[in-house]
Ligand binder design. Structure first.
Ligand code: ATP
Ligand code: MG
Length: 448
């Protein structure tokens, strides 16, 4: 138990209250996973909690006092403290309509979503586990507290939380709970796009996302209907051993758990079902996916408009989707050309290597060497950067002013000449040296 949490328990108890650690921290501690934040539950109402912590010199933030939640801060470390409560329904799919204070920790645990999240722990009094959460943690099972159908009708976001915990923890969803998720998925219509986006992203960044995506696809398809066509879309090339959905699930799994890589991986082949074209050749079925990356970009942009994606993802994910199949040999010239297409963004180039590597690992075993090629491509990038070889106009040994000094009028013409110079430098037709580039620029200017 982190020091802050121990201190906070003492402060609450010395103010005459009762307090427990609850939720994810107890679950993660039992799983021996890193505990990233501790939530406490107490029977004290929040104004008393606030006074107790202020008296001890802690900061306090009224993050959710309408629902009894106060954040206390010591040395920049925040801790959430929530007064025992029972929740009713969430008719806006966001907040409980009314929160009634609860008298005991057991009552408070009753409002929590899954048995694995409904445990309380105190260093002196041990664990409270009214619903068999510890056993479910041991067996790796996500199960609702109480009747799943009514719990999902109170708050439909729990449907996506179940998928998210399956992906983060590698747990299976218990059958009654899963059946209720399928039957209640239409209630996700009431949930805000913001909450859906956040859960989907946590889902995608989970360590067990392949298994969870395969298990939960019919539920997730309510918010990502693009998945439906991917399921069962067979790829009959020798390179593929999975349908588009399972191939995608593996690509996501094999990328680093970062939003850009995970979303781009989810999107990368989404256009295949629409771009698929099958023919018989020499009696054998052959398939083509001409232009599928472009269709994937269109579908990705649609999803990113439907849900509140941040602007940087809306900008960068389509770039990776568009270029994921581009052939880039691991040499300086090809790397610098590709960097040009990526607007000079070396971070995007690294992410592209991540996607290419994962894409190779998600194909037939004989394609695995292409994962090494993606790593060679990454090394080639690092060599270009270490040698400070030019891949943007800014790195050229001449500037726009130099071009204008040759008598070219300010305007787009200057940019065109610099682009041509960059192309010549990348292709190693002209060295990146001032005199050589001025001569080149003069010859381009006079030719135009
Ligand atoms: P993590 O913080 O690792 O993402 P967590 O389980 O702590 O996981 P939080 O969203 O921080 O998840 O919520 C803390 C606890 O509050 C949960 O463990 C659960 O007991 C309860 N909880 C959170 N959201 C809901 C909900 N929508 N319905 C019911 N209980 C919830
Ligand atoms: Mg938490």
């Amino acid at each position: 138990l982190p020091d802050v949490a121990r201190e906070a328990l003492r402060i609450l108890e010395e103010s005459g209250g009762e307090a427990w650690c609850v939720g994810g921290c107890v679950r993660d501690a039992l799983l021996e996973r890193p505990v990233h934040d501790v939530d406490l539950a107490t029977n004290l109402p929040w104004p008393l909690v606030q006074k107790a912590f202020r008296d001890e010199g802690w900061g306090t933030v009224e993050t959710g006092v309408a629902h009894g939640t106060l954040t206390v801060v010591r040395d920049g470390e925040p801790l959430e403290i929530t007064t025992y409560r029972c929740d009713g329904t969430y008719s806006d799919g966001r907040h409980p309509d009314a929160v009634t204070p609860a008298a005991t920790i057991e009552e408070d645990l009753l409002r929590r979503d899954f048995t694995v999240n409904a445990l309380a722990y105190h260093p002196d009094r041990g664990i409270i586990d009214p619903f068999g959460g510890a056993e479910d943690i041991g067996r790796g099972i996500i199960r609702c507290v109480g009747d799943p159908t009514s719990r999902f009708s109170e708050d439909a976001l729990r449907i996506l939380r179940a998928c998210r915990f399956a992906s983060q923890l590698g747990f299976a969803i218990e059958k009654t709970t899963f059946d209720a998720m399928l039957a209640s998925k239409h209630l996700l219509r009431k949930v805000s796009g913001e909450r859906i986006y956040r859960e989907l992203e946590r889902f995608l960044c989970g360590d067990y996302v392949h298994d969870a995506l395969m298990a939960c696809v019919d539920v997730l398809a309510f918010v990502l209907p693009e998945l439906v066509a991917m399921k069962g879309c067979e790829q009959v090339t020798k390179y593929h051993i999975y349908d588009v959905l399972e191939h995608t699930a593996w690509v996501v799994q094999h990328t680093p758990p970062e939003p850009l890589q995970r979303w781009s991986a989810l999107f990368h082949d989404m256009g295949k079902p629409a771009a698929a074209f099958f023919e018989k050749r020499d009696g054998e079925l052959v398939e083509h996916f001409y232009g599928h990356a472009a269709v994937s970009v269109v579908l990705a942009e649609g999803i990113m408009r439907r849900l509140p994606f941040p602007a940087w993802l809306r900008r960068d994910a389509p770039t990776l989707v568009r270029t994921h199949d581009d052939v880039v040999p691991a040499n300086s010239r090809a790397v610098r050309r590709m960097l040009g297409r990526l607007g000079g963004r070396t971070d995007l180039f690294e992410a592209l290597c991540d996607i290419k590597r994962a894409d190779a690992l998600a194909q037939a075993p004989f394609c695995a060497p292409r994962a090494d090629e993606a790593e060679e491509l990454r090394s080639a990038l690092h060599e270009v950067l270490a040698a400070e070889e030019a891949f943007t106009v800014k790195q050229l040994a001449i500037s726009g002013n130099d071009v204008m000094a040759l008598g070219v009028k300010a305007g787009p013409e200057v940019g065109r000449i610099l682009d041509a110079a960059l192309g010549a430098v990348i292709d190693e037709r002209v060295p990146n040296e001032r005199e050589a580039l001025l001569a080149f620029a003069r010859s381009v200017a006079s030719a135009e």
